[in-house]
Design a protein. Sequence first.
Length: 128
Amino acid sequence: MEEKKNAWNFPYKTYLNILHGPLELIDVQKLADGCTDKWYNQTLCKVNDSVVRIGVLEGEYHWHEHNDIDEFFFVLDGNFLIDLEDKTVELKSRQGFVVPKGARHRTRAPKRCVILMIERADIVPTGD
């Protein structure tokens, strides 16, 4: 229970509003360049029943899981770590990884990195 309490105290900036509709240009670089937050997550667009989000990250997120939803992470710039219960996966620029539903995980970025995430639109980013 303490982890959930700490998760809410961490200055995560998570915006679930959809910035762009169909047929709109999405300038990911401009969004990343303008970001000053240490942990920023913004929904870019909706594609069918999923959303694409940008993350500009530095530091670590809390341990959590999503019982019914897979998550896809794709690194645009930097290095990104995904801690699982039995291993850590390191992603470098232009690498991706799926965390399957039910897998307890924590994400980390030792230095500022920019990622894209694809997940079902009804996901609760902080976990179930």
